[in-house]
Design a protein around this ligand. Sequence first.
Ligand code: PLP
Length: 422
Amino acid sequence: MTKNSHPSLAATDPELAALVGAEERLQAETLRLIPSENYVSQAVLEAAGTVLQNKYSEGYPGRRYYEGQQNIDQVELLAIARAKALFGVEHANVQPYSGSPANLAVYLAFAEPGDTVMGMALPMGGHLTHGWGVSATGKWFRGVQYGVRQDTGLIDFDEVRELALKERPKLIFCGGTALPRTIDFAAFAEIAREAGAVLVADVAHIAGLIAGGAHPSPVPHADVISTTTHKTLRGPRGAMLMCREEHAKAIDKAVFPGLQGGPHNQTTAAMAVALLEASQPSFRTYAHAVVANAQALAEALLARGFDLVSGGTDNHLILMDLTPKDVPGKIAAKALDRAGIVVNYNTVPYDPRKPFDPSGIRIGTPSLTSRGLGVEHMPAVADWIDRGVTAAGTGDEDALARIRAEVAALMADFPAPGLPTD
Ligand SMILES: *Cc1c(COP(=O)(O)O)cnc(C)c1O
């Protein structure tokens, strides 16, 4: 495997080619459960590696600051048209370099430094860029933060409303990075309207589920939709901002020239490919399978005595609180990594432990679904996690090695999109 998958790279830089080959093997042999990751198609990979990357194109199609845009304009227009059609939005900006700069552009479009903004607290499942203190968005703006209820693990809309009416934020962010439940965009929209705030739905994690009809769409409710393109949407690393026509100018001006220079045209191209793929019937099947797999996995974990935040999942993601197992999240995550199961340690709401050594692990099903695993495989996955967490607690390296071999054996039967085969 991988010997000749990148012949020019191997000839020019064998050292780097060896690292890429090793990563290809790692992604092939392991069970990748990080919910923000995925496997993009070979077509997306190829588009991202094209000569489009050689071109500078500051500005927007038909309004560039550089010449020679005959093809680049068409590429960006294609990506925009596909984004608009897929999500049913009036306007799409496909230039943000990634999710964090996309969110910064929203601040630039609608707020002034020092303004109050509101988002979910990072340790409750929100994102850094929703006004959390260590982020520029929390340093340059006054971030006020909501959370989830301790007893249910769910957002308390009375609390959100009370906070919004008291603080009158310019922006309200909904969405996050560790939210296992459906986001009630209509409830957020009602509160934003009452508070006179711009509602930003940050759907980075769930964009693919929305595109595939497996999560409600924020389009009727949110003023701005921010999303990465590389998580469940299964495209290149990048981001998009979508909105109604009334906000189009403000958003476009904020992205360029407000925040960025030249767009990454090779990424735009790969995004166009991913958006085309996401418009196919097979993508709907994938999106629904992601959720079915997550729910089957949650059920199998609950049956093994695990504690899941909010008691389960509606989407692609499961947040496990390992407190009852008496194994810290980081120790569990590192042991599972040795067992060929890749997860991340994560804070759980009201975590008594520190962010760098929290009580939970976060898992998700996009990657395994993209490889074709189904609900029938989820009991085995739960069993590996169970045995791995137990082995983490007892320091049983032999047990971890046995799991690793079992994982590799199953994964060999499910070739991953985009990875070289023998
Ligand atoms: C991943 C994520 C981002 C940031 O994306 P990057 O591309 O890592 O900068 C922003 N918001 C949410 C909710 C995310 O999950």
